[in-house]
Design a protein around this ligand. Structure first.
Ligand code: AMP
Length: 487
């Protein structure tokens, strides 16, 4: 079996790898490192958890040993879809570059431009960035990309989900043609991704490693069907079922991730769990960076039991094994199911993944079962969903399911779905809106400059709440003029 020492890596990189406790390279590392060190383009088809980060970071460090960084002209660029993933790549870089002298800068939202500019001005070897933030810096004239020798695109499929492909194309166009190597990673090869690789990669070495679907074998899975006859009643019913499931697992549930499809639900579910006395915190792209870091640290260190997350926010997070995954919603993309449940049962530990599904999720469930190649066992809703503590006087209780709800935090997002006519369906989010979770894709430059994110948000997430109407503002009042016309 190949050892790290058999790979053509700089001895100081090998030393750092040994200190990290790794002896055997993972399959993606074994196959991608030699051509990457040689300077070839690499197309890696691999998911998080396969060791893909080291498969590009280690060759980068080895290759960047020769040469020096110049002011404002970084020598390599790693593009990541989310801040968390970018921060993790940066952490990996620090770990593996412990014995070499290379500088890096992390360009992500939520961090001041001034500090980032100062780093770039001094010259960096490695720039790790989300596409929107990188273009912001470029447009401010603070950055030149013509010195890039190595370009890495990480999690391209997630970039596609988030609408970043035009940004990626634009960034490729800012590099000096023919003078850089590309290392390109994606978990899947959608048509659009294939088009991108054909346009920008030169005779790449294609490396594909097994999907994580196999990991699902070690995980106990269950599907809980709720009645969910009316969309309005469904969210409340799901929250009650979630509590019942957590209670039924008892102490076996040491730590868990609760996945929601939409970030608006991430907040609602976390709030609801807390209200019922559970130790839960949300994580999604609208929280500021320090809050996200605090929440993640608490979860990693075992001080937080339940992390409520969206797929995008959780993507790429290096979280040690969790005992349970609860899918508050059936994921719209079946691959996300595999990602989600792969968070439990890691490294031979036993894990349990329970999914809450409504009758309308039938097609999604069938797609997931086709992907994992087996049926998810149906499990009954555990008896009497008990509240941890009664709601204090004056505190809101769960909505009664027979009452039309108008609570702001439970209303589905406005816009889209107009074909289904008036009523709750009118307010259903369009599928693509569910994915716009973390970073907002770059719009043409004049629109980006100096404008907050607010205008791109769904009405119920905007800051411009209607004063004097409490939480019970009818949806149409929150809609913009264009949205009302579109509706
Ligand atoms: P990644 O797929 O890059 O997100 O890596 C998943 C996890 O595997 C991270 O926690 C890495 O630190 C770890 N890892 C990476 N390479 C190895 C290796 N060769 N042996 C053991 N663990 C590794």
């Amino acid at each position: 079996m190949t050892q790290f020492t058999d790979l053509p890596l700089d001895p100081r990189v090998l030393q750092a790898v040994a200190e990290a406790g790794y002896t055997t390279p993972t399959p993606i590392q074994m196959q991608a490192i030699p051509p990457a060190v040689e300077g070839r383009d690499v197309l890696g088809i691999a998911q998080t958890g396969t060791g893909k980060t080291a498969s590009f970071v280690l060759p980068m460090i080895t290759r960047l040993q020769r040469g020096r960084a110049r002011a404002r002209m970084p020598r390599s660029l790693v593009l990541c879809p989310t801040r968390e993933l970018a921060a993790q790549v940066a952490e990996n870089f620090d770990k593996y570059a412990a014995h070499v002298k290379l500088s890096k800068a992390l360009l992500i939202g939520g961090v001041s431009f001034k500090d980032q500019d100062a780093l770039i001005d001094r010259g960096v070897d490695v720039l790790i960035a989300t596409p929107g933030r990188l273009l912001d810096h470029f447009e401010r004239g603070k950055l030149l990309l013509t010195g890039i020798e190595i370009m890495v695109v990480d999690e391209a499929d997630r970039m596609l989900d988030m609408g970043f492909i035009p940004d990626i194309e634009r960034i490729f166009g800012l590099l000096r043609p023919g003078s850089f190597q590309t290392l390109f990673f994606s978990a899947t090869m959608a048509k659009e991704i294939e088009r991108l690789t054909k346009a920008f990669l030169r005779d790449p070495v294609k490396v594909e490693v097994a999907r994580r679907a196999t990991a699902a074998e070690t995980i106990e899975q269950g599907l809980v069907m709720i009645e969910g006859s009316r969309r309005e009643a469904e969210a409340g019913e799901k929250r009650a079922v979630l509590r019942a499931l957590i209670d039924a697992e008892g102490e076996a549930c040491t730590n868990a991730i609760v996945f929601c499809n939409r970030k608006v639900d991430v907040d609602v579910v976390a709030k609801s769990l807390r209200k019922h006395g559970y130790d839960a915190e949300p994580i999604h792209g609208d929280l500021d960076q320090s809050q996200r870091t605090r929440t993640l640290d608490a979860f990693r260190e075992g001080r937080l039991r339940l992390l409520v997350a969206s797929d995008v926010a959780a993507r790429g997070l290096d979280i040690p094994a969790v005992s349970h995954v609860f899918n508050f919603d059936v994921p719209t993309h079946s691959e996300d199911y595999v990602h989600r449940i792969g968070r439990t049962g890691r490294a031979g530990r036993s894990g349990k993944a329970l999914t809450i599904a409504a009758p309308r999720d039938d097609k999604l469930v069938a797609a997931i079962e086709a992907l994992i190649g087996r049926e998810i066992p149906r499990v009954p809703v555990p008896a009497s969903p008990a509240s941890r503590r009664p709601a204090a006087e004056g505190e809101r209780r769960e909505p009664r399911q027979d009452r039309p709800r108008t609570r702001r935090d439970e209303r589905p997002a406005a816009r889209g779905g107009a074909a289904e006519g008036p009523g709750p369906q009118l307010l259903a989010p369009r599928p693509e809106e569910r994915r716009q979770d973390e970073e907002t894709p770059a719009a043409p430059s004049p629109r980006r400059a100096g404008r907050g994110d607010d205008r791109r948000r769904r009405p119920e997430e905007r800051e411009d709440r209607v004063v004097g109407m409490g939480d019970d503002v009818p949806a149409f009042i929150r809609m913009s003029f264009e949205e009302r016309l579109a509706g």
